[in-house]
Design a protein around this ligand. Structure first.
Ligand SMILES: Cc1cc2nc3c(=O)[nH]c(=O)nc-3n(C[C@H](O)[C@H](O)[C@H](O)COP(=O)(O)OP(=O)(O)OC[C@H]3O[C@@H](n4cnc5c(N)ncnc54)[C@H](O)[C@@H]3O)c2cc1C
Ligand code: SF4
Length: 531
């Protein structure tokens, strides 16, 4: 069987892993395929090859650049080794217009997709979540495990395991920061009282090779040793082993079916030439919005509002009364260090998850401007010794979101023009947000983590990168915006959407591991059930 995957991010990797397990399947990947430029890649290689004491300021100046102010509300936009290529427009964002309130950079054109800049947090969804899906938790678990065997996995058993089983063997995290250890110790002392409020605290779970981490603190600008997992790492391996064939520089424009197979037409980005590729089956893995746009363009669903479900993001700083050693004097890794999960009805379904960062150099830039003055150095340090920052999420059913509105493309060489429009609703005023904040405030004295409520900052729609559910999986799909459990949208039989575009909804808990596991499940279903 010949299978064509469109896209080269985590969903494509999940699907490819499921397909190459069968030697009868030949896998080809088509992808926009943008990569880090040579100058930045060479600087990364020089840094990786030398001792930190000998790192050249010019190399660090190139690859360790801070995030850049975003056009829309929310966090600044990360860079990968100094480059914007995971967010850049290589043709895939052409014809996309956002209404000014919404993030426009919703489709990556990078080899590896957004996993080149992700925070590497990995957790399954809760079993309760799957009660609302047509796919049960016990069906998903082997697919999570298959993905976890492929990626580096640093995680430890703790209370989060009750809702989020580890599912595979893992390695320990590196030494945690002093603040993280302090919060975990206070949680252990006050566990019963904190749990009574529906609050659980646990260590981060991360897709990175923790055993080789030297705690140099460059995580958020790109690990020079490439210890942080990216989908590109698995694709490199599968290509080296001859198990997938990869073609970059191609923008898929339309998909369609014939009696015996499926076809993708794609524009060669260098020449503008449109080519056609045939296969027995085609899998769309262009990211939740990329695949939806490609499917909607091909199905000619124009001039109608198509809702996207998003798990909305917020940023919330926390202060502690008891200071730790200045983070400027210690060496820590700067990925997520610990998580707080708030379960508002105690059933493991309506959850908010907060990922805590106890320090990153970007904190200094985010402090009020007057504190940058040299003579206020003492005040600045006093703050850094007490401040942590959480990135939190609400589930899609408690979040404002956005719609896609497509209009007929200009010509056969373009995707449909797509307007991204925010929908009414306020994260700040949502009853679940208030409930979560009340619970966090209630446990603050126990954990010595005081939420700075006036500083709550909801991100703009589209900024969470946790969205999808345009064609939700359904046992018996009806209507135009639904897919069967193999990601097929009527009238297609041989075209499968395999990324978050087919999630039934988007919980607030860590997202991409489920994208990969679900793509793996669909791929195994193609080989074992549909072939
Ligand atoms: C800053 C940041 C931090 C994040 N942190 C986390 C985290 O810690 N944990 C977590 O779970 N998630 C995180 N995410 C989200 C995560 O990165 C995404 O969920 C994940 O990358 C989605 O994978 P995907 O394969 O579906 O799509 P993508 O990663 O978007 O990949 C899409 C692929 O499709 C290709 N493509 C797109 N359109 C076309 C086309 N028309 N033709 C051909 N190829 C095309 C692209 O080149 C790319 O290879 C983060 C995202 C960002 C931006
Ligand atoms: S601290 Fe971050 S950047 Fe440094 S080695 Fe560890 S993972 Fe890589």
């Amino acid at each position: 069987m010949n299978v064509l995957i469109v896209g080269a991010g985590p969903a494509a990797v999940g699907a490819a892993l499921g397909l190459v397990a069968d030697s009868e399947v030949r896998v080809t990947i088509l992808d926009v395929g943008a990569r880090l430029g040579d100058a930045n890649e060479h600087a990364r290689e020089r840094v990786a090859a030398s001792d930190p004491a000998h790192w050249l300021p010019s190399d660090l100046g190139l690859i360790a650049t801070p995030p850049v102010a975003s056009d829309v509300r929310g966090l600044p936009e990360k860079r990968s080794f100094g480059s914007e290529y995971p967010f850049g427009d290589f043709g895939q964002l052409g014809g996309i217009f956002a209404d000014g309130q919404v993030n426009r950079a919703v489709i990556s054109g990078a080899y590896g997709g957004f996993s080149n800049v992700w925070g590497a947090q990995v957790m399954p969804f809760t079993s309760k979540t799957f009660e609302g899906w047509p796919v049960a938790a016990h069906v998903m678990y082997p697919h999570y495990a298959a993905v976890l065997r492929e990626i580096p996995f640093a995680a430890e058993e703790d209370d989060l395991g009750e809702l989020f089983p580890l599912l595979e063997s893992s390695s320990p995290l590196p030494k945690l920061s002093e603040r993280t250890e302090a919060v975990l110790a206070r949680y252990a002392e006050n566990r019963a009282a904190v749990r009574r409020r529906g609050v659980t605290v646990g260590r981060a779970r991360l897709a990175f090779a923790a055993d080789r981490c030297i705690r140099c603190g460059l995580c958020l600008t790109g690990c020079p040793y490439q210890l942080i997992y990216s989908a590109a790492q698995t694709l490199d391996r599968l290509r080296r082993e001859g198990r997938v064939t990869y073609y970059g520089g191609l923008l898929a424009l339309r998909v369609g079916e014939s009696e015996s197979g499926a076809t993708v037409s794609a524009r060669e980005l260098r020449t503008g030439r449109v080519q056609s590729f045939d296969a027995d089956r085609v899998l769309l893995a262009c990211g939740g919005i990329g695949s939806s746009r490609l499917a909607l363009t091909s199905l000619e669903r124009f001039n109608t509002r198509v809702p996207v479900a998003e798990s909305a993001q917020f940023m919330l700083p926390f202060a502690s009364r008891i200071p730790v050693t200045s983070p400027l004097l210690t060496n820590d890794f700067t990925l997520n260090q610990f998580n707080i999960v708030v379960d508002v009805n105690g059933e493991g379904h309506d959850l908010s998850q907060l990922h805590f960062y106890t320090f990153d150099p970007a904190f200094i830039n985010a402090l009020p401007r007057p504190l940058a003055r040299a003579r206020l150095h003492g005040v600045r340090t006093a703050l850094l010794r007490r401040i942590s920052v959480a990135l939190g999420y609400l589930p899609s059913w408690a979040s404002p979101s956005f719609d896609l509105v497509l209009s007929a493309p200009r010509d056969a060489g373009s995707l449909a023009e797509t307007r991204i429009e925010s929908t009414p609703g306020s994260l700040r005023r949502h009853p679940m947000m208030r409930d979560v904040l009340t619970r966090l405030a209630a446990v603050a004295p126990r954990l010595d983590m005081w939420p700075l409520l006036p500083a709550l900052q909801p991100s703009a729609p589209g900024k969470s990168y946790h969205w999808g559910a345009v064609f939700p999986h359904s046992e018996r799909p009806s209507g135009q915006l639904a897919s069967d459990i193999f990601g097929r949208v009527a009238p297609w039989e041989r075209i499968h959407l395999v990324d978050a575009s087919v999630f039934p909804n988007v919980p607030a808990t860590t997202f991409t591991l489920t994208v990969m596991a679900n793509a793996h499940r669909i791929a195994r279903g193609i080989v074992e059930v549909l072939a």
